[in-house]
Design a protein around this ligand. Structure first.
Ligand SMILES: C[S@@+](CC[C@H](N)C(=O)[O-])C[C@H]1O[C@@H](n2cnc3c(N)ncnc32)[C@H](O)[C@@H]1O
Ligand code: SF4
Length: 627
């Protein structure tokens, strides 16, 4: 569809702050830092994944873990990871240092100081060259003495997630603060005298209206925080908000909020820095992003961090949405002196050109474009350029193309037009895909139902037991044809193998799980699994509950053995499997049933009835399944 059509339909696209997007990152083979080119000036950041709450809209990697040991271990790993980049960091000029994502202000000033000091020890020019040393905070953590100590440790910018100045909206987000707490937090930060107090407000959260948003911005404008970010809600898969779409603002109103926000903030002496950021007049606002858009390299540390080199982007952590596991694996890697970079993308010349257009679309210099890429912007992206003209979204002066106020509202939708077909394919899979994970103990019928559901909704069917079997037998894996129920897992060979898996340092199960998680990441997969419901959020989780006696009768009938014998086999499998997953991932597959979206009692149902009930549930709960 053309941009003009999309704008007419009020289509929305979430903020594009990096390109190629992480969806396009693929597992890295033989990664070495030597393969990455870094610019002379660099940005640094550390990802801190601890939060007090899990907000309804938030798809970032984070966990609620209040144990000081976990936090300490994690930060020790960050320090070690910084050390791993020592040779690069010491020769570069550090322009910004951010400690963000999650809620870093849950870490004590002493711990934050340790991170800053680590960088400073490696590169003693840090405080001379880095104008921006920033900490992300949530309002309820703001307390005078604590934040004064952060400032003394070197923090000069604090970014705080306010999201709304309406108590009801804040509560619906699942956040623990109130308007009063938020207001006090902003005033406290101003009193301490941080150079830049940044406030995040969201557009489009549950039950928010244009009127309530207007009131929030009006209240906020009076507080005169240095920078205000207006983030339009982006739907991130597997966040609570995805299943509450009917409570969300429509796109037309979201765009109206951009206009209202601009009107109020410009009147309150703010300057519009970019499509979603306003700042009181000063010389610097969000340097890390500005520099990143200017092709300055950024090195990220921590479980979910990304590193943007000149020639490639890559990311720590293999597991998408497997929050706890991602963090423990990061820790394990670092403790074993392994650089935790797991997925990435080499940026081709074509993608670099698209990236340049995306990062600079608000103010694009066609002469620089020509110089960098040897082609005319207006010719290379003729269709988009013509559409922007027709929509009256740009002003042109000599070689400069600038988005005007209306154009800025649609900045992300415009940015998306520059995505290559390859990246778009990955994005579609991520944004519009649905995975189903079917759980049950042996002989609960999960594999048969997985096949039935997969066929009905045209999903890729993956049986992890088939993947594992091939790995165990050293056979190639064709993910499109994974076998199940071959009788292998009941054979004597299996018992021998199982005992080996229990003893192995790193059994092949982990490799098999990674392969399956990678498939889930691509989207539109149905999988029968015992560990995934507790390892990933990337899917709708269904539990087919069947009493052990019923399952034993099934085994006895199918294998022509006595009921007592089949009961013995099932009991042994139950105990051993439980033990294995406890050992592998520290999860108990017999507990925490709240991870499931649907639990179906199957004892008195035929296969056909189970399949029908599962499909009824899917279609009733997720309209996507109906067509
Ligand atoms: C990295 S988050 C961390 C903020 C901090 N932990 C807090 O919530 O107080 C930074 C900002 O991203 C924005 N954000 C989070 N999830 C979002 C989503 N799904 N769509 C749009 N913006 C989002 C929020 O405004 C949030 O304050
Ligand atoms: S928005 Fe902030 S506080 Fe809420 S879950 Fe995400 S990172 Fe944590």
């Amino acid at each position: 569809m053309w941009l003009i059509e999309k704008v007419k339909n009020n289509e929305f696209w979430p903020e594009v702050y990096t390109y190629p997007t992480t969806r396009a990152y693929e597992p890295l083979n033989n990664f070495s830092l030597k393969k990455v080119k870094f610019s002379q000036d660099i940005n640094l950041y550390a990802h801190i994944p601890f939060c007090k709450q899990i907000c309804a809209y938030c798809g970032y990697l984070k966990i609620i873990d209040n144990s000081p040991i976990m936090k300490e271990t994690y930060v020790t790993c960050i320090l070690k990871e910084i050390e791993m980049y020592k040779d690069i960091i010491k020769t570069k000029t550090i322009k910004t240092l951010h400690i963000w994502w999650g809620t870093p202000s849950l870490l004590s000033p002493e711990i934050i100081k340790k991170i800053i000091t680590k960088v400073h020890t490696i590169n003693p020019n840090l405080f001379k060259t880095a104008l921006e040393i920033s900490l992300e905070a949530s309002p309820e953590t703001v307390e005078y003495k604590r934040f004064l100590a952060y400032k003394k440790a070197g923090i000069n910018r604090v970014s705080i997630g306010i999201q709304s100045l309406d108590d009801n909206e804040i509560t619906l987000c699942g956040r623990k603060n109130t308007v009063q707490v938020s207001t006090k937090a902003i005033k406290t930060l101003q009193k301490i005298g941080f150079k830049n107090v940044v406030v995040d407000l969201m557009i489009g959260i549950q039950w928010q209206t244009v009127t309530s948003f207007t009131k929030s911005v009006q209240k906020l404008a009076k507080l005169q925080a240095d920078t205000i970010e207006l983030y339009a809600l982006g739907m991130m898969p597997n966040t609570r908000i995805v299943y509450q779409k009917e409570t969300l603002m429509n796109n037309k109103d979201v765009y109206a909020c951009y206009d209202i926000g601009r009107k109020i903030l410009l009147k309150a002496w703010y300057i519009q820095d970019c499509h979603n950021r306003y700042a009181l007049p000063k010389t610097w606002w969000f340097l890390q992003e500005d520099y990143n858009f200017e092709d300055m390299s950024t090195i990220g540390f921590g479980a979910w961090s990304r590193t943007y080199g000149i020639n490639m982007y890559y990311r720590n952590n293999y597991y998408n949405n497997v929050h706890y596991k991602a963090i423990t694996e990061y820790i394990a890697d670092i403790q074993a002196n392994i650089l935790p970079a797991k997925t990435g993308v080499i940026i081709s010349k074509e993608e670099k050109m698209r990236q340049y257009a995306i990062y600079n679309i608000e103010h694009l210099d066609t002469t620089i474009f020509k110089k960098k890429f040897g082609s005319e912007f207006k010719k290379k992206f003729a269709k988009i350029y013509q559409e922007l003209k027709k929509l009256n979204f740009i002003t042109e002066e000599k070689n400069k193309i600038t988005l005007n106020a209306q154009g800025l509202n649609y900045r992300d939708l415009i940015a998306k037009q520059f995505f290559s077909p390859k990246i778009m394919k990955w994005e579609r899979a991520y944004r519009y895909s649905i995975n189903i994970i079917i759980f049950g103990f042996s002989w609960s019928g999960k594999s048969v139902i997985t096949n039935a559901v997969g066929k009905k909704y045209n999903l890729k069917i993956v049986h992890p037991s088939g993947v594992l079997r091939n790995l165990c037998e050293n056979k190639p894996i064709d993910i499109n044809k994974t076998e199940y129920n071959t009788g292998f897992w009941e054979s004597k060979k299996w018992v021998k193998l199982f005992n080996k898996r229990l003893k192995d340092e790193e059994p092949l199960d982990i490799q098999a799980t990674k392969i399956v998680i990678n498939e889930l990441h691509k989207g539109n997969v149905v999988v029968d699994s015992r560990d995934l419901p507790r390892l990933t959020n990337n899917g709708i989780k269904i539990y087919l509950k069947a009493d052990m006696k019923v399952r034993a009768q099934r085994v006895a009938k199918r294998s022509n053995i006595s009921y007592a014998q089949s009961m013995k086999i099932l009991k042994m499998k139950y105990d051993k499997t439980r033990e294995l997953f406890q050992k592998l991932y520290n999860i108990d597959i017999t507990k925490n049933r709240e991870v499931f979206d649907y639990i179906l009692e199957t004892d008195n149902l035929t296969e056909k009835e189970v399949s029908k009930k599962v499909c009824d549930f899917l279609e009733k709960t997720y309209p996507e399944f109906k067509n």
